[in-house]
Write a protein that binds this ligand. Structure first.
Ligand code: CTP
Length: 408
């Protein structure tokens, strides 16, 4: 999810740095915009270092006319590129300017051009907070549907005691995560991409009525297909047998066995620029499946199973400059095993999850994963609906591509 963090000029501006970090940790892309007054309290360099992005500080460039033009339309581009605008700290002055639609700097101009959700986290002296002018402005902003994260009570920077302290960064980040999950708006930042996704389990027949399979529900892969299609990608979803309805806008290829999945993936490889292997492919199969049902006897029985083709490993060999994202379902040593898989299968990212936890395992609607990247980074994504996790994975995939291109 893409978020603009607007920083107003108040003593609480230093806490916005913590907020920027909290948002990044939750897998969001953060574009910071600072008001002139904010720069009196904290430097743009702090935010640029935390977010890895240039901080926007002014509406008008002091340079030549072309630059003035490009910065004059930048607020429109930023407005279109982001789903949530959070302003923290929102000072009394900023609240007043937003309520009245004044547009005399980048942040207030962006606000008018912005069509996504707005979150305001005010911070100020307690008397300023309780003043009818501020409360009237808040009422106007609430009526517009903006989310106000109320300030905490306590000792204020000015020495007074009362409501006015900026809410804790983790709390503000939580509000943004919830809003993002509920929001149906997503940037179309995968337009022009073809994403090949595998999902669900495979079934390896033992005879005409029995098979070996696993507990994968396909929900994570389908959520990824949903997210990619909504963000404008062409989606090819190679799906094992699942009980889910087809994601809108995706081309679905139904397969049953690991071999069928292998063949379908390889047949579509040339079209794809991003490959996400969320399927839980069976590792073994019975090479000679009997034509008739195996009869029960009183004897112990055993079967010789052969390994299935390792689709991910083969993709790792053939991927060229495609981005390859694998999944690692583990019950122990999560990060280490994921790193090992990343290296051995030549992936760009491995999405690692502990599958022996009920709330975030195979059949669950939620997930909690760690992204292990080829850059050496590990990014934990805290527990969230699988659809939200899917978006955060694609946010990081796009970021990773930029980082890999920059390194070339
Ligand atoms: N995978 C694959 N082909 C297989 C087995 C797995 O493409 N025959 C892919 C899965 O889609 C997933 C990744 O490999 O992206 C990891 O699957 P997992 O079962 O966690 O790992 P394995 O490689 O099977 O290793 P192990 O079971 O020993 O952990």
């Amino acid at each position: 999810m893409n978020v603009v963090l607007g920083v107003g000029g108040g003593i609480a501006a230093y806490k916005s740095a913590e907020l920027a970090r909290a948002l990044m940790e939750r897998g969001m892309r953060v574009q910071v915009v600072m008001t002139q007054a904010a720069r009196e309290f904290i430097t743009p360099l702090t935010f640029a270092s935390l977010t890895g992005r240039k901080v926007i500080t002014g509406l008008f460039s002091s340079a030549g006319p072309e630059e003035t033009l490009s910065s004059a339309i930048e607020h429109i581009a930023v407005a279109q590129d982001n789903e949530i605008l959070v302003i923290a700290p929102a000072t009394a002055d900023l609240l007043a300017r937003l309520a009245h639609g004044l547009a005399d700097d980048f942040l207030t101009t962006l606000y008018l051009a912005f069509t996504g959700r707005v979150v305001l986290a005010p911070a100020m002296n307690n008397n300023m907070w309780m003043h009818p002018a501020t409360q009237d402005n808040l009422a106007v902003l609430r009526k517009r549907g903006h989310v106000i994260v109320e300030p905490d009570e306590g000792l204020l920077a000015c020495g007074a005691n009362g409501p006015g302290r900026l809410a804790e960064p983790d709390k503000i980040a939580g509000v943004i995560v919830d809003l993002g999950a509920a929001s149906s708006f997503h940037a179309r930042d995968l337009e022009g991409e073809t994403v090949l996704i595998t999902a669900g389990p495979t079934q390896e027949p033992l005879d005409p009525v029995r098979f070996i399979s696993n507990r994968s529900s396909g929900k994570m892969g389908y959520a990824l297909a949903d997210a990619a299609a909504e963000r404008g990608a062409q989606v090819i979803l190679v799906s094992g047998p699942v009980q889910l309805s087809e994601p809108q806008g995706a081309r679905v290829v139904h397969v049953r066995t690991a071999h069928e999945m292998h063949d379908a993936v390889m047949a579509h490889l040339s079209e794809a620029g991003i490959i996400v292997k969320a399927a839980a492919v069976a590792d073994y199969h019975l090479a000679q499946v009997p034509r008739n049902k195996i009869k029960k006897t009183a004897m112990r029985m055993s079967m010789d199973l052969d390994p299935t083709p390792d689709i991910l490993a083969e993709l790792g060999q053939k991927k060229g400059d495609r981005l390859l994202i694998g999944f690692a379902a583990e019950t122990e040593n999560l990060i280490e095993s994921a790193r090992q898989k990343l290296r051995s299968k030549n992936c760009d990212m491995v999405v690692a999850n502990l599958v022996n936890q009920e709330a975030t395992g195979f059949e669950s609607d939620e997930n909690e994963v760690v992204l292990v990247l080829s850059t050496g980074e590990t990014i934990p994504l805290s527990r969230a609906p699988k659809r939200e996790i899917a978006d955060r994975i694609f946010d990081q995939v796009l970021k990773l591509r930029l980082a890999l291109h920059a390194a070339q």
